[in-house]
Write a protein that binds this ligand. Structure first.
Ligand code: NDP
Ligand code: MG
Length: 389
């Protein structure tokens, strides 16, 4: 039996992970499940899977969690420190699927066990990629990508020499506004931005797909995970989202990973790795699909892509500042304080002030400095947001 923990169990990736675990309950022994505030879902899954512990981030939900778990064998806990504690419980396979920078600390703690971390939380790599991968190596832990593009690249690289890789192309759906007239984008509403053309995901990543901040993070994620140069990483709009990524080799060959838009594929690959097992995903009928399309992303529609290039060139703690500024700008858009096309300028200006005022280049990357820069960037982004009102 494989012991497993799922961080962010109540979210979109978390629920897809639990779906796979529930299909084969004899194969898994569930250690910890965590949620943010969805206490009903967390308790129901913890009971159904007989987890050792269920942790809810929001302390206001603790009493309810205790109540829902009373009379069961599942322990209840709450708060971000308890989530990190849960990540230290011995476990063979841990899913990191908390959204945002909050996912870094539990993933970091889980790596110390020297086992396997399935990493959906791309923010961990964007904010702290170099020290996170070092930390994994030091503890002999394995990090497996769960983001569909990175899982695709990982799979295309099996048996290959990374030195023979010329380029990596990650595809993008283009998001909710790929066909909108450019002049309409500033007026895009929250509801319109929260509606993904192909994938069913959490609200934040869906809006990040419309703005391509998601793809921007994924460019950085590619650099950090696979250790390739920024100029080797490309993105292309592929409206069907069936090819997830392509790896180009020194001989000109392109290896493409093709599959349905169902995250259970990438999650299941990481869950079963290094073997492949049957997964409950659709088998593609290529004749019915007929054609696959590609288009270069327009810079004016997707300013986040250039910001990601600047972040990769700058390196170091710029990724932490970028993630935090992006999260703050997204919060402001969700709250209705700024428009859809204001998010990129807020992030770009935040990064400019961080470079000029805070001299990020001279600060060594540690978990503490990553957190400090994260907090500072959020404050700066709020200041900049106020100037827009
Ligand atoms: P969701 O918003 O659906 O779920 C996020 C999860 O994190 C929920 O369990 C939520 O709890 C929990 N959570 C939120 N804030 C906190 C916090 N401060 N502390 C602890 N837990 C918290 O997100 P997704 O599942 O869509 O995404 C999860 C991660 O996976 C993200 O990093 C995303 O970029 C990445 N990813 C997602 C994909 C997808 O298809 N959804 C594809 C590729 C990557 P609750 O709901 O109980 O409040
Ligand atoms: Mg992705």
């Amino acid at each position: 039996m494989k012991t497993v923990s799922v961080f962010g169990a109540t979210g979109s990736i978390g629920q897809n992970t639990l779906d796979l675990i529930k299909r084969d309950p004899q194969a898994y022994d569930v250690v910890a499940l965590t949620g943010g505030s969805n206490v009903t879902q967390l308790a129901a899954d913890a009971i159904a899977l007989n987890a050792d512990v269920a942790v809810i981030d929001d302390p206001d939900c603790y009493a309810e969690l205790q109540n829902l778990l009373s009379g069961t064998n599942v322990e209840a806990a709450s708060g971000s420190a308890a989530i990190v504690e849960a990540a230290k419980r011995p476990c063979d396979w841990t899913m990191s699927a908390i959204v945002g920078a909050a996912g870094l600390a539990p993933g970091w703690a889980a790596l110390e066990q020297g086992k396997t971390l399935a990493l959906a939380n791309k923010e961990s790599l964007v904010t702290a990629g170099p020290i996170l991968m070092d930390h994994a190596n030091q503890h002999g832990a394995t990090v497996l990508p769960v983001d569909s593009e990175h899982s695709a690249v990982f799979q295309a690289l099996i048996g290959e020499d990374i030195a023979a890789v010329e380029r990596i192309i990650i595809t993008a759906s283009g998001g909710a506004f790929r066909d909108w007239p450019l002049e309409d984008l500033p007026n895009a509403s929250l509801a319109e931005a929260s509606n993904h053309p192909n994938w069913d995901m959490g609200q934040r990543i869906t809006i990040d797909s419309a703005s391509m901040f998601n793809k921007a993070m994924e460019l950085i994620e590619t650099k950090e995970f696979f250790g390739v140069r920024p100029d080797q990483i490309e993105t292309i709009i592929h409206p069907e989202s069936l090819i997830h990524a392509l790896v180009g080799f020194a001989d000109g060959a392109l290896m493409a990973h093709v599959g349905p838009h169902d995250m259970r594929h990438a999650i299941g690959f990481a869950l079963n790795w290094p073997v492949r097992k049957d997964l409950p995903v659709q088998r593609l009928d290529l004749a019915a699909i007929g054609s696959l399309n590609f288009k270069a992303p327009e810079a004016a529609r997707y300013p986040a892509l250039q910001i990601a290039r600047d972040v990769m060139d700058e390196g170091g703690l710029m990724g932490a500042a970028f993630t935090a500024a992006k999260e703050q700008a997204l919060d402001s858009f969700i709250a209705g304080d700024i428009g859809f096309m204001d998010m990129a300028p807020v992030v770009a200006k935040t990064l400019d002030t961080m470079t000029s005022r805070d001299g990020l280049k001279n600060v060594k990357m540690t978990l503490d400095t990553v957190n400090e820069i994260d907090q500072l960037a959020r404050v700066r982004a709020i200041e900049i947001t106020k100037t827009l009102r």
